[in-house]
Design a binder for this molecule. Structure first.
Ligand code: ZN
Ligand code: FE
Ligand code: FE
Length: 201
């Protein structure tokens, strides 16, 4: 039997995974950009696509600093997120709703990447791979900024436009005298309680 793998082996594995994920995302981001209606959203996807291309180069540099061959390993996680994004794009939503859904799809990818880079950086630091950690940190910072940008576009008008279109025929969208942004605390609490109960089983 082969010798048991080490954290260094796991690190190289995850590096290959994230490298493949980034490559899948370059194709996905181009599709998201084409599907977007709001110009600032399209631009956000396009600019993150450019960042992603430099992230791929940074990862190649990481492989080099570790004297490893540049190689990807199919990332099932990103593949699943990309598939869900494709399914959304095939739906027949109004333009603002589609934009809101494209943001939702994009943010799932960003959060997945943030988790992956967080782990890689922690492992690299623990093993003293400081140059690799610094390069990975640059990618992580870009993912966090991309995620925040998408949140600010969603909350800066796209969600509200979609919500207004959804309730354009309502005389009383949420309830008399209630702001449209207010939640119903009783309902939310009940939902949370049942989640806890189901976890306790
Ligand atoms: Zn190592
Ligand atoms: Fe990325
Ligand atoms: Fe990203």
């Amino acid at each position: 039997m082969a010798e048991a793998g080490t954290l260094h082996d796991a690190f190289i594995d995850e590096l290959r995974d994230v490298y493949d994920g980034e490559r899948q995302l370059t194709r996905a981001l181009a599709k998201l950009a084409r599907a977007a209606t709001a110009a600032p959203l399209r631009e956000a996807f396009e600019s993150h696509l450019q960042e992603t291309q430099s992230q791929i180069e940074r990862l190649e540099h990481v492989f080099e600093t570790l004297e490893e061959k540049v190689r990807g390993k199919h990332c099932n996680g990103i593949a699943g997120i990309v598939d869900e994004g494709k399914a959304i794009m095939e739906e027949d939503f109004d333009e603002s709703t589609m934009d809101a859904c494209l943001i939702a799809a994009g943010q799932r990818a960003e959060h997945y990447e943030i988790a992956a880079y967080g782990t890689l950086i922690a492992w690299a630091r623990a093993m003293g791979h400081d140059e690799a950690a610094a390069l990975l940190q640059q990618n992580l910072d870009e993912e966090k900024a991309a995620d925040e940008k998408l949140s600010s576009l969603a909350e800066g008008g796209i969600n509200q436009r979609a919500a207004d279109a959804a309730h354009s025929g309502d005389k009383d969208p949420v309830g008399a005298g209630t702001s449209a942004t207010k939640r119903r605390p009783a309902k939310a609490k009940a939902g949370r309680r049942s989640l806890v109960e189901s976890r306790g089983e």
